[in-house]
Design a protein around this ligand. Structure first.
Ligand SMILES: C[S@@+](CC[C@H](N)C(=O)[O-])C[C@H]1O[C@@H](n2cnc3c(N)ncnc32)[C@H](O)[C@@H]1O
Length: 302
């Protein structure tokens, strides 16, 4: 019997950008995340994918790449990204579920994932998918929410929080929102054959009263320096880790690009009449392409 699919946190139609970022006092978080990303991500390359790219907040960090896939479960957030990037031809907008990635093996030299792992109910399954589409020799830059952060430790010691920040298992603090232990994340990366290399601790000063009184550039500068301690200890709410892709592994050969998310059979190089047709006779699913959005979220014909 097939395993039930892991649940997905659905942002379809959400006002995430307005509710969470725009004018919401998170300039500090945005800036320090970009600093960490620049430190870990190769600045140039051929093929990058951002997993859970949302409305494309970080898209301008990928200027040095020839091809950039913004991948997300939410079509509406991808449409926002598309509107804001004004159809820059280097960007491709792909809707789908990270447990069923619609790409051929060994395609992406750089994989980036920021502020999304906390929605993953099945991290091992997600990492297996990423290992499959990772090109050998490339890198995976992952940001995750750290359960062993200073605030959680203090709350635990003061008995204001039941769960221990020191145990390895993920904690689901509200439905479909998880915090992870850094050691557990490294274990899961290794199990998927990634090799974790460098870690940075980020958002040391994610504390509203402090952010109100200390100018953002100052907090950012101190955070930027403190990030460098990330290989020794991780007590911040956010941790970035760079891993080398699995070796050995398949390398995709152009023009192979999309694969059926359902059975993983490679698809034709381009859509025919706005559709991709899975050539596997046992599958035969069809997938839509509409106004520049490659939609692998649901098949149009089963
Ligand atoms: C908190 S937002 C972060 C967006 C972006 N990374 C950023 O930092 O601005 C989380 C994103 O993960 C996406 N997401 C959640 N579950 C997903 C899944 N199973 N497959 C693909 N994307 C998913 C959501 O649609 C949402 O856009």
């Amino acid at each position: 019997m097939n395993e039930p699919a892991p649940p997905v946190c659905d942002y379809e139609g959400s006002d995430y950008r307005l509710r969470f970022w725009q004018g919401q006092g998170r300039d500090y978080e945005d800036r320090v995340e970009r600093i960490a990303l620049r430190r870990l991500m190769p600045p140039t390359g051929t093929m990058l994918i951002e997993i859970g790219a949302g409305f494309g907040r970080l898209a301008d960090e990928y200027r040095g790449y020839e091809r950039v896939v913004l991948f997300d479960y939410s079509r509406s957030l991808l449409r926002e990204a598309q509107a804001h990037l004004r159809n820059d031809p280097r960007f491709l907008y792909v809707a789908g579920n990270w447990y069923q990635m619609p790409f051929v093996p060994g395609l992406f030299e750089t994989i980036v994932q920021v502020r999304t792992l906390h929605h993953a109910a099945d991290v091992p399954a997600l990492f297996r998918q990423l290992a499959r589409i990772a090109r050998p020799g490339g890198q995976y830059i992952l940001e995750f929410a750290n359960k062993q952060n200073l605030k959680a430790i203090l709350r635990y010691w003061l008995r204001r929080q039941a769960w221990s920040p020191f145990t390895l298992e993920p904690v689901e603090f509200v439905p479909l929102n998880f915090d992870f232990h850094p050691r557990w994340i490294r274990q899961q990366l290794r199990l998927a054959r990634f090799t974790p290399e460098r870690a940075l601790t980020v958002s040391h000063f994610r504390f509203a009263p402090l952010k109100r009184v200390v100018p953002t550039p100052w907090l950012t500068a101190v955070d930027s320096a403190a990030q460098l301690t990330g290989n020794w200890w991780q007590l911040t709410p956010s941790v970035f880790v760079r891993s080398a892709h699995p070796l050995p592994g398949a390398t995709a050969v152009a023009p192979a690009f999309f694969a059926c998310p359902s059975c993983q059979t490679p698809l034709s190089t381009g859509p025919i009449n706005g559709r991709f047709f899975c050539p596997n006779p046992a599958c035969k699913k069809q997938w839509a392409v509409q106004d520049g959005l490659y939609d692998f979220k649901e098949a149009i014909v089963d």
